[in-house]
Design a protein around this ligand. Structure first.
Ligand code: AMP
Ligand code: GLY
Length: 431
């Protein structure tokens, strides 16, 4: 273990970063957590201070870390990672948790990720990439089944269209390649074999050579109960997943994470940070849907409350390449997080609405991680998008689900909506 690290900077302002700042504030080695830009939830955490800078302001964050003598900068979102924030910090000798831009390309370019997976024989769906709309549409005509249409670049979690018909897929291709729906992120599209099965998020701490898996979480991607409606950034998550037993985790570690780290190291871009494998458990075995170069949101809000070790120790072990010797302890408990979104989500923003009952949920024993909130005249308002996630931990999944849903029921704002079936079979959902 290293010596004292007084000041830690957390970059980002969502629920994931609230969970990171909260977990770091619990470290006895941390005196201050500066959150860039943070949210009203991080502002209220002990030791935490929000800093009014954008998460995309590389120069500003480097200057902040330097002037505040930060011992570690923890980067939450993919954008700054893909843009090289960790490289910029490393160049001036500031320790930073997260992959380099070269390693983060696995998330920054879905075309690159697919080529990487195929080249290294890691199980994934087949796919073809196109910059030309006519060529993509001609390819669609040749396929036997409707593919998933993906903008290759970063599109704030909205660049994947799971089409049900060829007409929808063709519309998606035109809107991305001709109408420029995702701007430069959609200069190239991937037409990818649609995979069927249960989806599991496997997150690994990585130090360039070694890795340690976090408890597996299942994320509910679709907006509506019963997995209906459009894809979202994630409406809730839970652990344990009934499908992710230790044998499956061993298999994914051995066949997916390990060869990925070895290949990246051999290519001169060792991966340090969290590698998040979005896996589909298909009838032909687990296949990679995508890699993310960061913690998941909302997976982090269920996983970090289970961490018994000091998060700072774990992150520093990753940065310093000594993860193999670090023991990471997790509570053998269940955790559930339920996301509450504002009226327009995921299509459009919403006007601010005052939130009531936050303290009631906390009094019930839940943890509320803020995301789309802002304080107006001293009152916390919902400001659009995913507004907050309510997490509960309990010995059994059913009890954790009841507690998290109970916490959600205590909180209200105009237009609030959430899924009632998070961590519950649809048959158990109260009407
Ligand atoms: P991504 O941004 O690549 O994680 O995609 C968002 C979501 O779209 C995934 O979590 C899946 O639910 C869905 N998805 C992406 N690719 C596929 C695929 N090849 N087959 C089925 N579903 C997919
Ligand atoms: N929960 C999905 C993601 O973080 O990308």
């Amino acid at each position: 273990m290293s010596g004292a690290t007084d000041t830690v900077v957390v970059v980002g302002g969502g629920g994931r970063e609230h969970a990171l700042a909260w977990a770091l504030s619990r470290s006895s080695r941390v005196a201050r957590v500066l959150v860039v830009p943070g949210n009203p939830g991080t502002a209220a955490e002990p030791k935490c201070t929000n800093i009014d800078l954008s998460a995309d302001d590389t120069d500003g964050i480097v200057e902040l870390a330097r002037s505040e003598a930060a011992g570690l900068v923890v980067v939450g979102p993919e954008g700054p990672l893909v843009d090289g924030l960790v490289d910029a910090l490393s160049r001036v000798g500031i320790a930073a948790f997260g992959p380099s831009a070269a390693a983060a390309r696995l998330e920054g370019s879905k075309v690159h990720c697919k080529e990487f997976l195929l080249q290294h024989g890691i199980a994934t769906g087949h796919a073809a990439s196109f910059t030309d709309a006519d060529a993509a549409l001609a390819h669609l005509d040749e396929l036997d089944s409707v593919p998933v249409v993906k903008a290759s670049g970063l599109a704030a979690g909205k660049g994947v269209i799971v089409a049900d018909t060829f007409v929808e897929a063709a519309d998606a291709v035109r809107s991305i390649l001709i109408d420029g729906r995702f701007g430069a992120a959609g200069a190239e599209v991937l037409l990818e074999e649609r995979l069927f099965g249960v989806e599991v998020s496997i997150l690994a701490f990585c130090d360039g050579t070694d890795f340690k898996l976090m408890p597996a979480a299942q994320d509910h991607k679709r907006l509506l109960a019963g997995d209906e409606g459009p894809n979202t950034g994630g409406m809730g998550a839970f652990h344990p997943s009934p499908v992710a037993d230790s044998q499956l985790l061993d298999q994914i570690g051995r066949d997916v994470i390990s060869p990925t780290l070895a290949a990246l190291a051999a290519e001169g871009r060792p991966y340090r940070g969290v590698l998040y494998a979005g896996m589909m458990l298909t009838a032909d075995g687990p296949k990679v849907i995508e890699y993310n170069c960061r913690f998941g949101d909302p997976e982090t809000q269920v996983v970090l409350p289970l961490l018994e070790s000091d998060l700072l120790d774990v992150l520093e072990a990753c940065v310093e390449g000594r993860l193999a010797a670090e023991s990471i302890e997790w509570a053998p408990q269940a955790a559930v997080t339920v996301v509450v979104a504002s009226a327009g989500y995921p299509v459009h923003g919403s006007d601010p609405e005052p939130i009531e009952g936050l303290d009631d949920a906390i009094e019930q024993g839940c943890k509320v991680f803020h995301a789309g909130t802002k304080t107006i005249e001293g009152v916390v308002h919902a400001s659009g998008g995913r507004v907050f996630a309510v997490t509960a931990v309990a010995p059994e999944l059913a009890a954790a689900a009841d507690a998290a849903h109970g916490g959600v029921a205590a909180i209200s704002f105009a237009g609030a909506h959430h899924r009632r079936d998070i961590a519950r079979a649809t048959a158990e959902v109260p009407s």
